[in-house]
Design a protein around this ligand. Structure first.
Ligand SMILES: Nc1ncnc2c1ncn2[C@@H]1O[C@H](COP(=O)(O)OP(=O)(O)OP(=O)(O)O)[C@@H](O)[C@H]1O
Ligand SMILES: [Mg+2]
Length: 255
């Protein structure tokens, strides 16, 4: 689904990612961990294609297509969606209008009120996007947009940060709903046996510090990013336990 090869990225002339390799198979969920400032958001924003993040070396492959130089909207059309760590507010644009536009662009009919109510966002539809929303409300708003966008690859930058426990559960439910996880990847058999078209299996790359979201969305693999480099890859739940006990210092040498 996604292959990041030797990715080196500069932001405003400073090298932040120093050769990142990462792979995500169709149907899989990967957790990305790492200390503050290690480059996690930089990686997400670069995969999404924001021009401020300049790729100086390496490639990003999505579904066998090299997307390294594609603009953001083309990546969205191909099926990539991002939930920001820090959302932007859009003054003057009602959330309902925004969601309708997303659905229109995707060419799908969506019951906006129904989805919004299911995800505890019904009262926000006629307010401006994120304007005056609390931190947790902004996060839910990100997921409401993703539910309408329905991407094949979800890039989730700290989906649970600032969210209360009840709403983390709700966000987990939203992620699983988009991933259609109850029907595809957890079942027996190989990818090709389960699904004729492997690209129909959705994937997610989730940045998390606490791992709370991984109580609701089962992650298949974990990566640790330190100072712009992947230093460890393995069972995400084991990695979290080690980090909790010893801190990221322990991950500088992969155990
Ligand atoms: N314009 C800039 N000039 C210099 N350094 C920058 C610039 N923009 C970002 N950085 C640095 O890039 C590094 C990586 O930032 P990034 O937001 O990717 O970290 P992160 O891993 O997401 O951290 P966090 O866990 O705090 O969200 C940080 O040290 C940040 O200060
Ligand atoms: Mg970040």
């Amino acid at each position: 689904m996604l292959k990041v090869e030797n990715l080196k990225v500069e932001v405003d002339g400073k090298l932040i990612l120093k050769g990142v390799d990462l792979e995500l198979s169709p149907g899989k969920v990967v957790a990305l961990m790492g200390p503050n400032g290690s480059g996690k958001t930089t990686l997400m924003m670069t995969i999404m294609g924001f021009p401020r993040y300049k790729v100086v070396e390496g490639r990003i492959i999505f579904k066998d297509t090299d997307i390294t130089n594609l603009p953001v909207y083309e990546r969205v059309n191909l099926g990539i969606g991002l939930a920001f760590q820090r959302s932007q507010s859009i003054d003057g644009v009602a959330l309902r209008t925004f969601l309708k536009k997303i659905a229109e662009k995707r060419g799908v009919e969506v019951d906006i009120d129904g989805i919004a109510n299911e995800f505890n966002m019904g009262d926000f539809l006629d307010r401006f996007v994120n304007k005056g929303f609390s931190g947790g409300e902004q996060k839910r708003c990100e997921f409401l947009q993703l539910l309408v966008l329905n991407p094949d690859l979800l890039l989730l930058d700290e989906p649970e940060s600032g969210v209360d426990l009840d709403n983390i559960k709700l966000i987990g439910k939203a992620i699983n709903k988009i991933l259609k996880r109850e029907v595809t990847p957890q079942t027996e058999g190989t990818d090709s046996e389960r699904c004729v078209d492997k690209w129909k299996l959705k994937s997610a790359l989730i940045v998390t510090h606490t791992g709370y979201i991984l109580d609701y969305v089962k992650a298949d693999e974990g990566y640790v990013l330190i100072d712009g480099r992947i230093v460890c890859k393995g069972n995400p739940y084991e990695i979290l336990k080690i980090v909790e006990k010893y801190g990221y210092r322990r991950c500088e040498r992969c155990v």
